[in-house]
Ligand binder design. Structure first.
Ligand code: SF4
Ligand code: SF4
Length: 405
């Protein structure tokens, strides 16, 4: 296993992190024995970073991860990452309540890497009003949090602002061959690194989409490379090629995939891809982009929308829906991220009132209100909107601890 150093404290972190978002399941519950087997195998092979969160498997992910680590007696050999869900916080006391519950679920006295989950500019401004900075300083001083960070899905400007507005140790960004200019992007990665933050990368395969069957044009480009690699290997190596990246998270639940990821991580060194290889990857990314429905670059110049629509995110989900198949999963992710489950307010395409204010700001000359009608028609609808309302009520009650968790 390769390790990279956390510039904040010298921690040697495995470049492959185990994401505990989609653990093996038996029915509706986590398959404990299979998960244990996979996690202990990964640890034997040198993986030492495990990432969980409050909502993963409705809290069961934290419980299972904590139990496996405690029973194996290896708490001091691994780094646990966990996250504060800002959308669950309704009053200042909720922050402490959630944190204490997480320590209890994980059966530990401290969390190595603690993040505020899925921030954007608005959710950061909101969670600050509950005194989150003072709370985090207090628990860090008490040794209950070793490294403080945030995960991010928003504009580059907001990303830089958040980096500058607190004394973070690390951050977690979405970064992959299709998102070099999207969200925090390459500029954000370099910015955070220049400020001394360790950077953890999530979604290296864009929610698994880059691991699926590729558009034929993209497959031909990889086939023409002198060195044969799978699409997963190309995509992971591209992220690890960036020296600013400390660790990549992979949501693993299959032993073959775990072995394959560990094999790739053995020799994925920074700046190890050749100019020719980087050009091949760029052509593949361009080929994916040509299959996009809307040529949105995620620049955010159209934001904010007075009706609350998250314009670039709507287009990102719409493009994923058309580029990668997996239509049900794409719809679920659209509603989860923009329908109020993992955000304080809804930010859906159907909220567009066609005011036209955004259009003049779009450098790509996209007919935004016209496209919003299409996004709404294809990704929303009576059935799924109501289904997500029910899921939302369940999810919020779970967040408040009213249901068993
Ligand atoms: S046209 Fe629609 S998306 Fe654009 S600013 Fe107006 S309400 Fe928002
Ligand atoms: S301004 Fe245009 S390209 Fe930029 S995020 Fe908005 S819709 Fe996308």
């Amino acid at each position: 296993m390769n390790y990279r150093e956390n510039p904040a404290n010298g921690n040697k972190v495995s470049i492959l992190g185990f994401g505990c978002m989609r653990l093996p399941q038996k029915g509706m519950r986590i398959d404990y024995e299979e998960t244990r087997k996979q996690i202990l195998y990964a640890i034997e092979q040198g993986v030492n970073y495990f990432d969980t969160a409050w909502p993963y498997h409705n809290g069961e992910s934290e419980v299972v991860l904590g139990r496996i680590i405690k029973d194996a007696g290896i708490r001091d050999k691994v780094f646990i990452a966990d996250k504060l869900p800002p959308w669950v916080v309704q009053k200042a006391e909720d922050i402490e309540r959630i944190f204490q519950k997480q320590l209890e679920r994980l059966q530990t006295d401290y969390i190595d890497y603690y993040l505020i989950h899925a921030l954007d500019g608005k959710s950061w401004d909101r969670i600050r009003t509950f005194g989150v900075e003072e709370f985090l300083k207090k628990v860090k001083a008490a040794g209950k949090i070793k490294n403080m960070g945030f995960s991010f899905h928003g504009s580059r400007e907001d990303f830089k602002r958040i980096v500058d507005e607190y004394d973070w140790d690390f951050c977690q960004i979405q970064y992959n061959i299709l998102d070099e200019q999207n969200q925090a992007g390459k500029e954000g990665l370099e910015y955070a690194s220049s400020k001394g933050l360790a950077v953890v990368v999530m979604e290296p395969l864009r929610g698994g989409n880059l691991a699926r069957e590729m558009p034929s044009q993209a497959a031909k480009i990889y086939d023409s490379a002198p060195r044969k690699r799978s699409n997963v290997e190309w995509a992971l190596r591209w992220v690890w090629n960036h020296p600013q990246v400390m660790c990549i998270l992979s949501g693993m639940n299959n032993m073959e995939h775990i072995k394959e990821n560990i094999r790739i991580a053995e020799d994925a060194l920074p700046d190890s891809l050749t100019t020719e290889e980087l050009d091949i990857i760029k052509r593949v990314a361009d080929s994916y982009r040509s299959a996009m429905k809307v040529p949105c670059t995620g620049c955010q110049y159209c934001m904010p929308c007075p009706a609350g629509v998250n314009i670039p995110s709507c287009f990102e989900h719409y493009n994923n829906y058309h580029m990668f198949g997996k239509k049900i999963m794409s719809k679920a992710m659209y509603h989860a991220q923009l329908g109020g489950l993992m955000s304080v307010k809804k930010q859906l395409a159907s909220q567009c009132i066609s005011c036209g204010k955004c259009v003049q700001h779009c450098p790509q000359s996209i007919d935004i209100p016209g496209e919003m009608k299409k996004v709404s028609k294809e990704l929303e609808g009576f059935f799924i909107n109501n289904l997500m309302k029910i899921v939302g009520v369940f999810f919020k009650r779970m967040g408040r601890g009213e249901l068993k968790s």
